[in-house]
Structures are given as C-alpha cells and as structure tokens.
Design a protein. Structure first.
Length: 244
C-alpha cells in the first residue's frame, strides 16, 4: 500500500524547475537558457549538477544544445514533426496550403483569446513587436522577422503553452510560404508596405482595446490573402522551382 519515500537528488530539483517553467510557458519555444555557470549561480549548486540536469532534459527532448550557440527550449511539437515529415510537408504545395489554412484559423481564435488573457507584460511585448515592425518599415529593412515576432506575440498572449509550441513549429515550416505570401501581397495584389503595416496596427490596437470582435475582423482582413488565388500562386511558384 505504501512505498518508501526516496530523497530527491539536487539534479532532480533542477530538472523539475526547468520542466515546470517550460510547462507554464515561462520558458518559451526557442528561448535560450542561461549558461551553465549562470544556472549554477541561480540554483546555488555545482556546474556538474547543472550539466547532468541539462543532459536529462535533452534526453527527454525538452531542450537542444548547439555548440557555440548555447542551449535552447525545443518546441514540443518537434517530436511530432520529425525531420522526414517536415521535408515531406515542405516539398508538397498542397500540404503547405493545408497548413496555412490551419495557421489562419488558429490565429483567428488566438487574436480573440488574447483580448481576454493578455496581461500588461503581454501587451508590452506586443507593443515592442509592433514597434520593431514599424522601425523596419521606417528604415526600409526586411520585415520578415519582426512580422513573425508580432504574430507570435499574439500567440504568447493566449497563455496556451501547447499552442505556443505548436505554432513555433508551424511558423518554422511556413517560413518560405509566408515569404511567398508577402511577395504575393506586394506584387500580385498590389498592397503597399504601408498598407500592410496598417493592417498590423489595426490588429494591435484592437487587442489593446480588448475588443475581441474587432480584433477578429482585423485579423480576417490581414490574412485574407490566404485564399484560392494565393493557393494557385503557391502551386505556380513550386512548379517553377521544380522545373529549374
């Protein structure tokens, strides 16, 4: 009926705390962990204990180490989307299209949810993301990264840890297709960079007002390019790539 209580090792406490931070969304997908030295100081333990804890977390697939770059939180859905499956999806325009439809509908839900769940820190991060997007526009820099960060800031504001990890993987898979989307917006639909910025601003301001209906409508406008015409454009681009 009862079992003997085994005392926990220091390493187990470190693992539990880092796991808990990932589970709660305090450590986000692709976040860089502090160095071994910094973690040892924070936990007030030896670097040997930290190193062992990180090895356990890496074996569990929760973190990934890159020599020279550091240790990062691994998106949990990377386990589902292994390397072969990712390649399979990225090479098939029909699957990319289906994934973009999923992404669109998730973002419709997320922008409404964020209006209710975002706290002041989330709104500040969203404000920072929009300001970065504006700075890229102002100084005529490539906005791809700041655009992605703006959208992920909305996902983060939902407080849904599973969604954050899932969308991190989806955004990675759709990076090339999303760039095609920007090209399609500018070159085919004739949208200007200023108009695209205004769409982001409209979504941002609706969230600040916590107006979920307005936020949803503005996001619908922003992602309206994901339609049958863009689907055909996607197929054309992929076919041209295959022929070259």
């Amino acid at each position: 009926m009862f079992r003997a209580i085994k005392p926990k090792r220091i390493v187990d406490y470190i693992v539990e705390q880092i796991e808990d931070s990932i589970r709660k969304g305090e450590l986000l997908p692709n976040n860089k962990l502090p160095s071994e030295r910094e973690l040892a100081k924070m936990f007030e333990v030896s670097r040997t204990s930290v190193r062992e804890a990180l090895n356990i977390l890496q074996a569990k697939g929760l973190i990934i180490s890159s020599q020279g770059d550091g240790t990062f939180v691994r998106p949990l859905t990377d386990h589902i989307l292994d390397k072969d499956l990712k390649t399979f999806i990225k090479d098939d325009p029909s699957l990319i299209w289906e994934l973009m439809e999923i992404r669109k509908n998730i973002e419709f839900w997320a922008v409404k949810k964020a209006c209710f769940t975002a706290d002041e820190n989330d709104l500040e991060l969203l404000r920072d993301a929009f300001n970065e997007l504006y700075e890229d526009f102002k100084y005529n820099r490539n906005e791809e990264q700041s655009d992605a960060e703006f959208h992920f800031s909305i996902i983060r504001a939902t407080k849904n840890t599973v969604l954050m990890h899932m969308m991190s993987s989806i955004f990675k898979l759709l990076k090339e297709a999303t760039n095609m989307g920007r090209s399609y917006e500018f070159n085919i639909r004739g949208l200007s960079r200023k108009e695209l910025l205004n769409e982001h601003q409209a979504v941002f301001e609706a969230i600040l007002k916590r107006d979920s209906k307005l936020a949803y409508e503005k996001m619908k406008i922003h992602l309206s390019y994901i339609d049958e015409r863009f689907k055909n454009y996607l197929y054309e681009v992929y076919n041209k790539h295959r022929q070259t």
